[in-house]
Design a protein around this ligand. Structure first.
Ligand code: ADP
Ligand code: MG
Length: 284
């Protein structure tokens, strides 16, 4: 029989704003064992907002915000965007003497003769900067000036509405395991994982680590990976079904994905599984 359901399914999903790049992916969507998610931009909005600035060692708030905004000038990471937005002033590019974005860590720059580091604790450790314990529940961006910890910028992101239900629905549809992979800190990852009820999470991963973890989890089981595309295109291509967020996601991700959720509405993930099951029953 001709699988008319394929056409019906792809059509029904496209009406929902979910693009499926072939009938075989519908078949795979029907029965998934494991669904692995990226955090930032996928489970969370990926729209960060500066909510706290604290200084140490005699530095001033204005000073570290300015330094951080200058360091982030060339970055389009959501964290960088939030810091530049908070700074809100024009940036004089002439005083940025040197600049390097270190994947999964942050920025190293030379600004007006000063050595600047802006990023996570991993970045501080890499450059042997001593940092105190900090009590902030969101993402912490550490700032160091000439080898000294100068303060931090506290940034918050929001969990997308409906994520908790999606995780529950996937379970009801027979998905055995849900996993979150993130480059963000253990603390942030733990609080998100707990709030949404995901089975397992792994934090502080570099983009290459995400590929290794994915391979570990996908062995012998049918696996979907859901990402926003910033740093996760290699995992999207390895998944049985690679699912990308089309709105925030990068062009590379949309290209690498098998399924694209155009409006980033994560609840369309479990809906898609349901639609694939319903429509694949139709034959003539
Ligand atoms: P994820 O999407 O999983 O959160 P990323 O690899 O994009 O992971 O980033 C991991 C971490 O690296 C971020 O949470 C942040 O701490 C740090 N980081 C990456 N890029 C920057 C940047 N431009 N400025 C500051 N911190 C950054
Ligand atoms: Mg991401």
């Amino acid at each position: 029989s001709i699988p008319l359901g394929y056409f019906a399914g792809v059509g029904a999903l496209s009406k929902q704003g979910v693009l499926v790049k072939g009938g075989n992916y519908l078949e795979r969507l029907k029965n998934l064992d494991t669904v692995i998610f990226d955090k930032t931009g996928t489970l969370t909005e990926g729209v960060f907002e500066v909510v706290e600035i604290k200084t140490f060692n005699g530095f001033k708030k204005d000073e570290i915000l300015k330094i951080a905004a200058y360091a982030e000038e060339h970055s389009n990471h959501p964290i960088a965007e939030s810091i530049k937005k908070k700074f809100g002033k024009e940036i004089n590019k002439n005083i940025i003497e040197d600049y390097e974005e270190i994947s999964g860590h942050g920025i190293r720059a030379k600004i007006e003769g000063k050595e600047i580091l802006v990023g996570n604790r991993k970045l501080m450790n890499k450059f042997k900067i001593k940092t105190p314990e900090i009590n902030f529940s969101g993402t912490i961006v550490f700032v160091a000036i000439d080898g000294k910890f100068a303060g931090y910028i506290g940034i918050s992101d929001k969990i997308k509405p409906g994520v908790k239900d999606v995780i529950k629905n996937l379970k009801n549809l027979g998905v055995k395991k849900t996993v979150m992979l993130t480059g963000d800190s253990e603390k942030v990852a733990q609080s998100v994982a707990k709030e949404i009820g995901i089975d397992e999470y792994y934090a502080e991963l570099l983009p290459g680590d995400k590929v290794n973890f994915f391979e570990k989890f996908s062995e012998g089981v049918s696996t979907a990976f859901v990402g926003d595309g910033i740093n996760d295109a290699p995992v999207l291509t390895r998944a049985d079904v690679g699912i990308a967020m089309g709105g925030l996601g990068s062009d590379a991700a949309i290209e690498a994905a098998d399924v694209v959720i155009m409006d980033d509405d994560i609840s369309k993930l479990s809906d898609s599984m349901k639609i694939s099951r319903k429509t694949l029953k139709i034959t003539w």
